[in-house]
Design a protein around this ligand. Structure first.
Ligand SMILES: [Zn+2]
Length: 290
C-alpha cells in the first residue's frame, strides 16, 4: 500500500458532515471519565454520554477481543450536539507508529438515539483502531460497527443491503474488500458491509473475523478466506454470502447488540430518517505503517 496524503472522507451525507463541522460548540458542560472527556449542551447529557461511552467501551471490547482494553493514556474527546433528529456520528483518528495518536468523536442528534446507535457505533471504531493500530478496510470497519447498533438501525441496513442487491447486484466481495474510499452509493456500501460482516460473524465468531481482516490486509483476501473460512477463495465466499443472504437476510441475529439494551430503556417511539456521517482522517504514517 503506497503512501498517500491525509484524506478527509465524508460518509453517508456530505451536507450533514459540513453542518457538523461548522456548528460552533455552544457554551455547555463537560464530563470526564477514565477514558473520555465529553462536551455537551447540558451537564446531564455530558454525564450520560460519558457513562455510556465507558459502558460500551467495556462490553464491546469484551465482545470482540475477549477482554477489556487498558485505559488509554489520553482520554478520547467526544463532542455532542443535541438536535431533535436521528443520530449521526463522526470519528477521526490519527495513527503513528502502529498506535492511535489521537482520536475524537462527534455526535449529533437526539440523546436517546445517540445512546442507542451512534455512540456504540463510534465506540466500536475506537476499539478496532486500538486493536489494529491502523485503519481497517472500510466495509469491515463500518459493517462491524453497525453490529453494535440497536435493532432498528440493523434492520434498516439489512434493507439497504437487500435494495442494493436488487438494484445492482452489489459489489463482488473481492472488489468490496479492496475499497479504500467511501463509494458514491453510501447506503448500499454500508448495507453490504453490514450484511457481509454479519454473515462472517455468524459463521465464525468475532475473533475469527478480526483475524481474517488482519490476514486479508497482510496476505490478501483469497489466502485469508482459505485460512479462516475454508472457502477456496474470496469468489467462493461471495457465492456463500449471497446464498445465505437470500435466505437469512430477513431474520436478525438472535443475540442482542450492545445498543439494544439502551434502546429498550430510552426509546420514545419516535422515528425519522437518520442523517449520519462518518469522517475518518488518515495520515501518511498510517499507510506507511500498515
Ligand atoms: Zn462508522
Amino acid at each position: 500500500m503506497g503512501i498517500r496524503p491525509r484524506t478527509r472522507t465524508f460518509g453517508r451525507r456530505a451536507l450533514a458532515a459540513l453542518a457538523l463541522a461548522l456548528t460552533p460548540m455552544l457554551a455547555g458542560a463537560s464530563a470526564r471519565s477514565d477514558n473520555f472527556v465529553v462536551e455537551a449542551p447540558s451537564a446531564e447529557a455530558a454525564r450520560q454520554v460519558a457513562r455510556y461511552a465507558e459502558h460500551y467501551r467495556t462490553v464491546i471490547a469484551r465482545q470482540w477481543l475477549g477482554q477489556e482494553l487498558p485505559d488509554w493514556p489520553t482520554p478520547c474527546s467526544i463532542r455532542v450536539t443535541l438536535t431533535g433528529g436521528e443520530a449521526g456520528g463522526v470519528t477521526s483518528f490519527g495513527f503513528a507508529g502502529g498506535t492511535v495518536a489521537d482520536q475524537e468523536i462527534r455526535l449529533e442528534g437526539r440523546l436517546d438515539r445517540i445512546l442507542a446507535s451512534a455512540l456504540p457505533h463510534e465506540i466500536t471504531h475506537t476499539i478496532f483502531a486500538s486493536y489494529f493500530g491502523g485503519p481497517l478496510p472500510r466495509w469491515a470497519d463500518e459493517g462491524a460497527s453497525l453490529l453494535s447498533e440497536d435493532r432498528r438501525e440493523r434492520l434498516r441496513h439489512e434493507r439497504f443491503a437487500a435494495d442494493l442487491l436488487a438494484r445492482t447486484g452489489g459489489w463482488p466481495l473481492p472488489e468490496l474488500f479492496s475499497i479504500e474510499e467511501y463509494p458514491r452509493d453510501l447506503m448500499g456500501f454500508y448495507g453490504q458491509g453490514y450484511s457481509v460482516s454479519r454473515f462472517l460473524v455468524e459463521h465464525g465468531g468475532r475473533q475469527r473475523f478480526l483475524a481474517f481482516l488482519k490476514d486479508g490486509m497482510e496476505r490478501g483476501w483469497d489466502e485469508a478466506t482459505r485460512t479462516h473460512y475454508r472457502f477456496a477463495n474470496a469468489r467462493e465466499l461471495d457465492r456463500a454470502w449471497r446464498s445465505w443472504h437470500s435466505v437469512a437476510s430477513h431474520s436478525l441475529d438472535p443475540a442482542p447488540s450492545p445498543g439494544d439494551a439502551i434502546a429498550a430503556r430510552t426509546d420514545t417511539g419516535a422515528s425519522s430518517d437518520r442523517g449520519s456521517v462518518v469522517f475518518r482522517g488518515q495520515s501518511p504514517a498510517d499507510r506507511a505503517s500498515r
